[in-house]
Design a protein around this ligand. Structure first.
Ligand code: NAD
Length: 448
């Protein structure tokens, strides 16, 4: 199959590389000429484990190419995927569909012969209808169908998620698209990945429902963590105790500083707006959004409390800036609000992240960047573990203490045991683990 991917960001690049690895002939298109130039030279614009090898081997085999020339890439394709961004629209939180609509019009002008157009971007219910209308209006002679095929990959595990998905959702209104989509995903059929065909609107809703449910699960355990701290419990044991119930499941029950990243914040907000538009308010999601927003700055206040209520003139070391490990993505990372709260309160920040500092520099100003975890701890009055990168899991506590002005650790990911940290001479604060509850082995697998 000849596949063209419009948008070569996280989703477009990973999906395009994986489709080419399945044996399809893939062209990845982007407006960003610099990005395309770098990709042609084998330079990967994002940090995603395994992606560099996947891209270079498939490009070398002639199955994967990169271009800014949308028109010729579309004219040659059997299937065109739209994988452009759908950020929050300024002001009202709706998904900003301007990139999707512009891509649809560009595609329409370039279509030659029957083509299946697939929306992979996360888009509100009804967007497929609008894409169809834009294409038909722009090019009344075009022969095409529009399909919804939302993407569920997680950053940091994107290739594995794409190649071994829990399910593939395909929403279509025209049966001519079915054999084409079956062919696109045939290698995964052979792996017995469940492919679910639905109506197009239902497929669009499934994606938002999935993200909103996961965001709600995280927010639920975060609120339980607050209760544990006050009532004398251990949230990790609570998570384990409920997660072993198969009806609940153990994933996404790690209490932390609040969800962030390029998807959950914008997708929950967009779903709330969709609910309001259809006069079907989604109150659980509205509350989830509000609770999570408050939580990020509350984490800043937690750090201030750990510094005896005052950080003015104090230095705070930050370990981890990205919204989760194994990505360099800083979009809506909780670290941004936490750091801003601390800066507002007069602190000096020394931050270190293994992959995210380049992107962070364009988003957070007025802080110092450190060379490693120990450098971030230098002269610090408190060290805050924000993102649970593996390299932060077994730090030399003695060395950290020697570097710091005051040995205090705020562990927002519950990586350490209170007894170990206190034995090393630190004061210690974590999430949802009251002093009274002591140390428990409640930690489950890594979530998000
Ligand atoms: P991204 O910002 O990383 O990439 C989007 C790319 O599209 C950019 O490189 C941009 O230059 C390009 N682009 C925009 N308009 C274009 C046009 N008309 N022609 C060619 N290129 C164009 O975004 P992303 O993180 O890959 O997300 C894309 C979509 O996938 C979003 O809707 C997102 O919600 C969804 N999604 C993302 C993830 C994730 O983990 N990042 C997971 C599942 C779904």
């Amino acid at each position: 199959m000849r596949i063209t991917m419009i948008g070569s960001g996280y989703v477009g690049l990973v999906s395009g590389a994986c489709f080419s690895d399945f044996g399809h002939e893939v062209t990845c298109v982007d407006l960003d000429a610099g990005k395309i130039d770098r990709l042609k030279q084998g330079i990967i614009p994002i940090f995603e484990p395994g992606l560099d090898t996947l891209v270079t081997t498939n490009a070398a085999a002639g199955r994967l190419s990169f271009t800014t020339d949308l028109a010729s890439a579309v004219a040659d394709a059997d299937v065109v995927f739209i994988a452009v961004g759908t950020p929050s629209r300024r002001g009202d939180g709706h998904a900003d569909l301007s990139y999707v609509h512009a891509a649809a019009a560009d595609i329409a002008r370039a279509l030659k012969g029957f083509t299946v157009i697939v929306t992979k971007s996360t888009v509100p219910v009804g967007t497929g209808d609008e894409v169809e209308r834009i294409i038909a209006d722009t090019n009344p002679d075009a022969e095409f169908v529009v399909v919804s095929n939302p993407e569920f990959l997680r950053e940091g595990a994107a290739i594995d998620d794409f190649k071994r998905p829990d399910r593939i959702v395909v929403g279509l209104e025209d049966e001519r698209a079915r054999p084409v989509m079956e062919e696109v995903y045939r290698p995964l059929y052979l792996n017995q990945a469940p492919v679910m065909f639905t109506g197009r609107r239902t497929a669009e809703l499934i994606k938002y429902a999935a993200n909103a449910f996961l965001a709600m699960k995280i927010t639920f355990i975060n609120e339980m963590a607050d209760l544990c701290e006050k009532a004398g419990g251990d949230v990790q044991a609570v998570a384990r105790g409920i997660g072993l119930d198969k009806r609940i499941g153990s994933k996404f029950l790690n209490a932390g500083p609040g969800y962030g990243g390029s998807c959950f914040p914008k997708d929950t907000l967009a779903l709330v707006k969709t609910g309001q538009d259809f006069d079907a308010p989604l109150r659980l999601i509205e509350t989830t959004v509000a609770v999570n927003d408050n939580r990020k700055r509350a984490m800043g206040r937690k750090v201030i409390a750990a510094c005896e209520g005052n950080v003015r003139g104090k230095t705070i070391g930050i370990l981890g800036l990205t919204f989760k490990p194994n990505t360099d993505d800083m979009r809506d990372a909780p670290s941004i609000a936490i750091i801003q709260t601390l800066l507002d309160a007069g602190a000096t920040i020394r931050a270190y992240d293994p992959e995210g500092m380049e992107m962070a520099k364009s988003m957070i100003s007025g802080i110092e960047y450190a060379a490693d975890a120990y450098d971030a701890a230098k002269d610090a009055d408190c060290l805050v573990l924000v993102t649970e990168w593996n390299q932060f899991r077994s730090l030399d506590l003695g060395r950290l203490k020697a570097a710091m002005a005051t040995p205090a650790l705020v562990d927002l990911r519950n990586v350490y045991r209170r007894s170990d940290v206190e034995k090393a001479g630190f004061t210690y604060a974590s999430i949802g683990r009251s002093e009274a509850a002591g140390d428990h082995e409640g930690r489950m697998d890594a979530a998000e």
